[in-house]
Design a protein around this ligand. Structure first.
Ligand SMILES: [Fe+2]
Length: 176
């Protein structure tokens, strides 16, 4: 899959997980959704930072202003990491969790907006379709198997031979 389309599909999957955590009332299911959200967010940011942005930088060079893909990894990534740490340090079952979680969701929304309205269109205009396809394959290949098997959305996109472990569940990291 084209890299920008794949990264946008990941955005939709992560948004759905934010909704799951926000609306789920059953504790085990909510904790599981929070664990999956964490894994997806880390995998997404790692793929963008190590694969997508270096490739975009090589093509577009360094520019100034909004949508700068030639400079450092977007500030949103740094903010997301800081806020994700705050959320992970907070029990799901305390009053402090919701405002921290909602702040993380707002930061992710800004991340999506910046990429889908500014950065991805510029990259799509400058990078060949075949290069975007190969970058997409790199992004897919960058996911450690242990993260792939915990995500039904992504598992559905894998070749059949890679789906044998689909359905395996890890213990939640945030049950307590
Ligand atoms: Fe993204």
């Amino acid at each position: 899959m084209n890299a920008t389309h794949l990264l946008m599909a990941q955005h939709r999957a992560i948004e759905a997980l934010f909704d799951d955590v926000a609306h789920e009332t059953r504790r085990p299911q909510r904790a599981r959704a929070a664990s999956r959200l964490t894994e997806e967010l880390i995998a997404h940011m790692a793929a963008e930072e190590t694969i997508f942005y270096p490739a975009a930088r090589a093509v577009l060079g360094r520019t100034r202003g909004p949508g700068d893909v030639g400079g450092r990894v977007p500030d949103e990534h740094f903010m997301l990491r800081v806020q994700l740490r705050r959320v992970l340090a907070t029990s799901l079952h305390t009053p402090a969790f919701t405002p921290r979680f909602e702040a993380l969701r707002t930061l992710f929304s800004h991340h999506v907006q910046a990429e889908e309205t500014e950065i991805f269109p510029r990259v799509e205009a400058m990078v060949s379709a075949s290069r975007l396809e190969s970058l997409g394959a790199e992004v897919e290949g960058s996911r450690p198997p242990i993260w792939i098997v915990t995500t039904e959305t992504h598992a559905a996109m894998l070749p059949t031979r890679d789906r044998v472990m689909r359905g395996v569940r890890l213990p939640s990291l945030t049950e307590n």
